[in-house]
Design a protein around this ligand. Structure first.
Ligand SMILES: O=C(O)CCC(=O)C(=O)O
Length: 271
């Protein structure tokens, strides 16, 4: 990856991301998802992986959930808030190009803030598929987008995601879940929808999905952990809807206030 103007160096590592292209933005707007090859450099992905392995173990099995905070399931171990603990991640989530790229995917000239970031590790112990769903947030009133970055190679058999193309523009379907057959049978609008191929991701490759895009992933059938770093970005003008939300649970948010709070820092992109 060539040096970029917004590049910064943290702990000796070059922190940057490449800007999204017009074609990628158009693809995202039409389909509700996009694959971004080499969104970050393999060097940055490798440095992030090294740091998270130091916390979770080579196989991801040394990490134990913090009760009431992490969201692990039989589909993987979740380490929430990596950027709160690791300076390299904290700098990256505020990257100027990430902010600009995510605003372009949202389709607005708007500042973007971190909603949260998590390491989603599909280990040999927690290797099950993630059934199809919409993220369907209720705590905020604007569309958010979710980059999911491979820190190590993730072939389809380790559980990359698939997306129902166009589902982001088809409405809110509520508490859905199940495999492809269930989604096609229970949601008439998805009966003939295109389901994306499962990508084979190399370190630094990413997928990004819209919060209403129906998505899921397969099991990890290999004897290695799947290291995926998922960030969620929210437009700066999003307001708290006064609906129950894990994200603001202990924050004493007033109804309809913005997310202007240290937990939700703005990226360095200024529109
Ligand atoms: O990591 C996975 O397999 C699923 C992740 C997911 O559903 C999401 O990022 O919204």
């Amino acid at each position: 990856m060539t040096a970029h103007l917004t590049e910064r160096t943290v702990e000796g590592v070059r922190v940057t991301s490449r800007p999204v292209t017009d074609e990628e933005v158009a693809h995202f707007h039409e389909k509700g998802w996009v694959v971004l090859r080499q969104l970050i450099s393999p060097e940055l992905a490798g440095a992030m992986l090294e740091r998270i392995k130091a916390r979770m173990g080579e196989d991801g099995l040394s990490y134990k959930d913090r009760p009431g905070f992490d969201w692990s399931s039989d589909a993987g171990t979740t380490y929430r808030g990596v950027s709160h603990d690791e300076p390299l991640f904290a700098d990256f989530v505020q990257d100027e190009d990430m902010g600009r790229s995510m605003a372009r995917l949202v389709g607005r000239r708007v500042g973007m803030r971190l909603l949260d970031d998590s390491m989603l590790v599909r280990t040999t112990e927690r290797s099950q598929p993630q059934s199809y769903h919409q993220d369907r947030p209720s705590g905020w009133d604007r569309d958010h987008v979710a980059p999911w970055i491979a820190l190590a190679e993730i072939p389809p058999q380790m559980g990359t995601m698939r997306f129902f193309s166009g589902s982001h523009a088809a409405g809110l379907f509520g508490k859905i879940g199940g495999d492809e057959e269930v989604i096609r049978r229970t949601i008439p609008a998805m009966r003939d929808a295109e389901l994306s191929e499962q990508p084979h991701l190399m370190p630094g490759d990413a997928t990004v999905h819209h919060h209403l895009t129906i998505h899921g992933s397969s099991a990890n059938s290999m004897p290695l952990p799947r290291w995926a770093y998922r960030i969620r970005y929210l437009p700066e003008d999003s307001r708290y809807t006064n609906m129950p939300s894990e994200m603001v649970k202990r924050l004493d948010f007033a109804p309809y206030q913005t997310f202007d709070h240290p937990n939700f820092p703005l990226t360095r992109y200024v529109p």
